[in-house]
Design a protein around this ligand. Sequence first.
Ligand SMILES: Nc1ncnc2c1ncn2[C@@H]1O[C@H](COP(=O)(O)OP(=O)(O)OP(=O)(O)O)[C@@H](O)[C@H]1O
Ligand SMILES: [Mg+2]
Length: 318
Amino acid sequence: MSLLRVNNLRVVFETPYGQVKAVDGVSFEIERGEVVGLVGESGSGKSTLGLSIMKLLPPNARILSGQVIYNGVDLLRLKEDELRKIRGKEISMIFQDPMTTLNPTMRVGEHIAEALMYHYNMDKEEAWRIAKEVLESVGIPAERAMDYPHQMSGGMRQRVMIATAIALKPKLIIADEPTSALDVIVQDHILELLKDLRDRNKASIILITHDLSVTADIADRVLIMYAGRILEVGTVEHIYYHPHHPYTQGLLKSIPKLGSKSELYIIPGSPPDMTNPPSGCRFHPRCPYARGICMKEAPPLVKVEKGHLVACWLYIER
Ligand SMILES: Nc1ncnc2c1ncn2[C@@H]1O[C@H](COP(=O)(O)OP(=O)(O)OP(=O)(O)O)[C@@H](O)[C@H]1O
Ligand SMILES: [Mg+2]
């Protein structure tokens, strides 16, 4: 059984301008110890998908349909107090800006220690001992455990979040753009720590990013998301060397290449207005191969080879 299985998830936001169809029929699964990259342009619904799994959506969001089966249990059916036992301990989320999750009035060591006391019934002394230990293991000196989040740099706060995950040993980590606010050296370090977390705890990771190049050396598989739907799924090999969907091909062409003097490719057009998304395949207005059927009907996600799925009429015989 997969660790996580998302079935036909549909999530909308109610706004004064209409309903934003942020996640529209998404299904996928994650195995134990697997790292999956979730890649797509800004507004494609990546964070909404991540937040739905944790049931941490804002009040104007509505889950229209779907299941999020974690270890055989549908998280969407659980009550808030049952979810609280799962958040942090079983599934934890690392955000782009940890200031949103770290309590500004709590010392960073306390943040970790409190979580250990809540989830593992540890006494205070032991919880603090482990908190300092895990902070040191991510390169933060034990004495900085007494710092408040605002006294730390963005990269250090990110490491505090990872240290928390090391301490609580969640089985699934959803990392939402954990490196995008950081410089390249710190970025690499954070990715190394995430890999370490997978190896140490055999954790599964969903790494959310708009940058396809970030997932290349950490992910086992990549999901390509566009306008609330998954357009392509495959191993890193499939996605980087044999991309099938015109959108994936466009994303790959837009990665800057070292030493190349040619101008950077940009996918023409812009992401759709999600209150009124295009009919049929949502990518059709920007697709160089679009034809009649693409405007009328959304293509299903179909297998092109083992483990490689594509939602594009180019690959479906009719
Ligand atoms: N609270 C909200 N109320 C209304 N619309 C929202 C809300 N949050 C997100 N949206 C809309 O839902 C869609 C998906 O947003 P989401 O934040 O999931 O995208 P994303 O892929 O994470 O983008 P980014 O790369 O910029 O983080 C977008 O059209 C966005 O404007
Ligand atoms: Mg986001």
